[in-house]
Write a protein that binds this ligand. Structure first.
Ligand code: SF4
Length: 204
């Protein structure tokens, strides 16, 4: 019996992930909206909304794999549009920290609404499908982070509170989060968790 022709399964998966990435962009996830946001400005708004603590500009540069001048320009624009505000960092009075204004939070809420085509695609997956994809995505993110190929992500698999397979007899919820002291399954793996703390400095 001859092999199925074409790319290998893992290469097919990579092609599929590329298509999905295109779909996320094309369905205007980062749509400009009334504030005429650029994609980077939208990314910064979502980053600041993901953790309401004041964030330094250097954190944004690292998280979004951008450069200080590029982020500086985007932040200046966001402040000018009344979506973000600067303040003294409580942890270091010489540093400047950023937070969203109420208008910025409203923009974040708007950006967080999943466009209808993407919602339909997500709804096509059952719980098992979501869990399998979350497991695969989290694993790939962890490896890519180790190779410094992508910005750090606040995912369970790089978190110091994560205990994988701590409950091997519980097929539905084999993992444990020490932060909330609760068992959970692959379907609840976090890709971006506000309570994440890096397991190692390199893990972000
Ligand atoms: S704190 Fe968040 S990222 Fe860390 S293990 Fe718990 S759920 Fe996962």
């Amino acid at each position: 019996m001859s092999a199925v022709p074409g790319l290998s399964p893992s290469e097919q998966l990579l092609t599929g992930l590329t298509r999905l990435g295109q779909a996320v962009r094309l369905t205007a996830w980062h749509n400009a909206g009334p504030a005429n946001l650029t994609p980077l400005q939208a990314d910064i708004v979502l980053f600041l909304a993901g953790d309401r603590r004041p964030r330094r500009q250097t954190e944004i540069v690292t998280a979004l794999a951008s450069t200080p001048p590029t982020v500086s320009d985007a932040v200046r624009a966001l402040v000018g549009k009344g979506l973000a505000e600067r303040s003294r960092d409580p942890a270091d009075s010489r540093a400047v920290a950023l937070t969203l204004t109420d208008a910025g939070q409203a923009e974040a809420d708007r950006l967080a609404v999943v466009p209808a085509p993407l919602r339909a695609a997500l709804d096509a997956l059952d719980g098992e499908g979501v869990a399998a994809m979350l497991r695969g995505v989290a694993t790939m993110i962890e490896v890519l982070q180790r190779h410094q190929a992508i910005p750090v992500s606040r995912t369970c698999v790089t978190c110091r509170f994560y205990r994988p397979n701590a409950h091997p007899d519980d097929l539905d919820r084999p993992h444990h989060c020490m932060f909330v002291d609760a068992a959970f399954g692959d379907g609840e793996l976090r890709i971006d968790c506000p309570d994440h703390q890096a397991a190692t400095p390199a893990a972000g």
